[in-house]
Design a protein. Structure first.
Length: 117
């Protein structure tokens, strides 16, 4: 399990075409990819299982915990959690959270995002 950040302070200011916004790059894909939005309600859980393909979980709001085979880690908005194929993991939240999940054989978040310290 690896931790990255896509928080606003890691983004770049875009001004092309009279634009005025900050963008945090996340991933670029050439192969098949599946993207979904996960809504964990209060006391919600994504049960302990192996990743079928590499997975990237982007926490948008709320908070919760992810775990690997050994321990739990707190996640908050702006956190990105990466699991390699076959890696065991679980996600849970006491108060609820919303996240985007990206799944693809080609995932390499280190190309665009900084590791979380």
């Amino acid at each position: 399990m690896e931790f990255y950040t896509f928080s606003k302070d890691k983004g770049i200011k875009i001004s092309n075409f009279n634009s005025n916004f900050i963008m945090s790059r996340i991933i670029q894909m050439q192969k098949e990819v599946q993207i979904g939005c996960i809504y964990l309600e209060e006391d919600g859980i994504i049960g302990y299982h192996q990743a079928v393909v590499p997975q990237l979980l982007l926490i948008l709001n709320g908070e919760g915990y992810v775990r690997n085979e050994e321990e739990y880690f707190k996640v908050i908005p702006g956190d990105a959690v990466f699991w390699k194929k076959d890696e065991w993991h679980e996600t849970k939240s006491e108060i609820g959270l919303t996240a985007i999940v990206i799944e693809s054989e080609e995932l390499n978040p280190a190309l665009f995002m900084s590791h979380k310290l």
